[in-house]
Design a binder for this molecule. Structure first.
Ligand SMILES: *Cc1c(COP(=O)(O)O)cnc(C)c1O
Length: 366
C-alpha cells in the first residue's frame, strides 16, 4: 500500500459480522476470559491495537506502543535503560524531555548533551556505558538537521541504540527506521492529531528485541496509556495526515522564502532554504521539509512580542501541528535556562489560505 492508502485503510480493524465502515470505539475496560482475547484495557484495547498497527506500518517498524503523551513515550525509553547507563542527546533536545532526563533521572542515568550536527562531537561523547543515542530532526525550535544514517552508524559501532524523535517530519516526510534508527518517537499531540485536541505519544521499533520487551513492559506496567477515545481520534486524524503534511510544507516553504527577503527579519530557520546549514542532509533524508518555520526579528523580545500581538490568523499559543497556524516567542515557553534566542518566533504554519497567512504576516512586520 502507498502511504495515502495505508493512512486511510490501515487504521480500521472492523468485525466480520456487523461490518461497520469505521471501527467502533470500545470503551470496556475488561474483556470476557477466553483464549486469545484481550484481558484488561491497560494491557490492550481494540482501538489502541489498531492505532499501534497503523503507526508500525507507517514508520516501517515491527511494532508500536501508544502512550498518553509524547513525553510519556520518551520517558519510557529512558526508563527501559539500566541504571548507570549513559545517553547522548542533542543540546537543543525538546525542552520537556531534556528537563525529564535532568530531573527524574538525576543520579540514575548520565547524559551528555551535544550539537548533533557535529559528528566529531557526537563520536567524542561516547563512553563505555553509552547505551542510547537520541536524535531529534528537524529539531524544535531551531530546525537543526541531524544526519540520521551517520549517527546510526556511530551508534551501531559503539553498541548503542539509536532513537529518533520524528515529531516534526512525520512518516510522511521521513522514515528514521529506513535510515538506521532502532526506535522512533512521536508526540502524536502534534501532526498525527493535527487539530490541537488530542494529547498522545508513540514509540515504534525496528525489531522485536529485548529492549523493546522492556519498553512494552514500561508501557503496560507503567500504565501511561492513551484512552480508547484518543486512539480512535488519532486513527481518524491520521487518515488525512499525508494531505495535511503536503499543505503544511507547501505553506511553510513560501512563508520561509517571504521572511528571508524581509527587512524586519534577522534570520530564518527552515531546512527547505538553500541557506540552511542542514539543507543538503535534509534533502537526502526527507521527502519534504515540514511545516515549522522559526525566525528572529530585528530587535529584542519586545519587538517579537509586538509582531505576534498584531497577527490576526496566527494564534499566540504553544504547540504545533494543528490545522490552525500557531505562533509563539519560543524562549518565553522554554524558561530561563533556554539556549533559544529571545527574539526567536516559532511558527507552526497552518492550512488557512496561503495568501491570508502571507498578508497577515506582512502587516504584522510593518
Ligand atoms: C511536543 C513535543 C514533544 C512532547 O510531546 P507531548 O505530547 O507534549 O508530551 C516531544 N518532542 C517534540 C519534538 C515535540 O514537539
Amino acid at each position: 500500500m502507498k502511504l495515502e492508502t495505508l493512512a486511510i485503510h490501515g487504521g480500521n480493524i472492523v468485525s466480520d459480522t456487523e461490518k461497520p465502515v469505521v471501527q467502533p470505539i470500545t470503551l470496556s475496560t475488561t474483556f470476557v476470559h477466553q483464549p486469545e482475547s484481550m484481558i484488561y484495557a491497560r494491557a490492550n484495547n481494540p482501538n489502541r491495537h489498531t492505532l499501534e498497527k497503523l503507526l508500525a506500518a507507517l514508520e516501517k517498524g515491527a511494532d508500536a506502543a501508544a502512550f498518553s503523551s509524547g513525553n510519556a513515550a520518551g520517558v519510557s525509553v529512558f526508563q527501559s535503560l539500566e541504571p548507570g547507563s549513559h545517553i547522548i542527546a542533542p543540546d537543543d533536545m525538546y525542552h520537556g524531555l531534556k528537563n525529564a532526563i535532568l530531573s527524574i533521572f538525576k543520579g540514575v542515568l548520565e547524559c551528555t548533551f551535544v550539537d548533533m550536527t557535529d559528528l566529531d562531537k557526537v563520536e567524542q561523547a561516547f563512553q563505555p556505558n553509552t547505551k542510547l543515542v537520541w536524535v531529534e530532526t528537524p529539531s524544535n525550535p531551531l530546525l537543526k538537521v541531524t544526519d540520521i544514517t551517520a549517527v546510526a552508524n556511530l551508534a551501531k559501532v559503539m553498541g548503542a541504540i539509536l532513537a529518533c524523535d520524528n515529531t516534526f517530519a512525520t512518516p510522511v516526510f521521513q522514515n528514521p527506521i529506513s535510515l538506521g534508527a532502532d526506535i522512533v518517537m512521536h508526540s502524536s499531540t502534534k501532526y498525527f492529531g493535527g487539530h490541537s485536541d488530542i494529547l498522545g505519544g508513540a514509540l515504534i521499533t525496528k525489531e522485536l528485541d529485548e529492549f523493546w520487551e522492556k519498553v512494552k513492559n514500561v508501557q503496560i506496567s507503567g500504565g501511561a496509556v492513551p484512552s480508547p477515545m484518543d486512539c480512535y481520534y488519532l486513527c481518524r486524524s491520521i487518515k488525512t495526515l499525508p494531505y495535511r503534511m503536503k499543505g503544511h510544507a507547501e505553506h511553510a516553504m513560501v512563508l520561509a522564502n517571504f521572511l528571508s527577503t524581509h527587512d524586519a527579519v534577522e534570520k530564518v530557520y527552515y531546512p527547505g532554504l538553500k541557506s540552511h546549514p542542514g539543507h543538503m542532509i535534509a534533502a537526502n533524508q526527507m521527502s519534504s521539509f515540514g511545516g515549522v518555520v522559526s525566525f528572529q526579528v530585528n530587535g529584542g523580545a519586545d519587538v517579537a512580542d509586538r509582531v505576534i500581538s498584531k497577527l490576526k490568523y496566527y494564534i499566540n499559543a504553544t504547540s504545533l501541528g494543528g490545522v490552525e497556524s500557531l505562533i509563539e516567542r519560543r524562549a518565553a515557553s522554554e524558561g530561563p535556562d533556554t539556549l533559544t534566542p529571545q527574539n526567536l518566533i516559532r511558527v507552526s504554519v497552518g492550512l488557512e489560505h496561503l495568501y491570508d497567512l502571507l498578508d497577515d504576516m506582512e502587516n504584522a512586520l510593518k
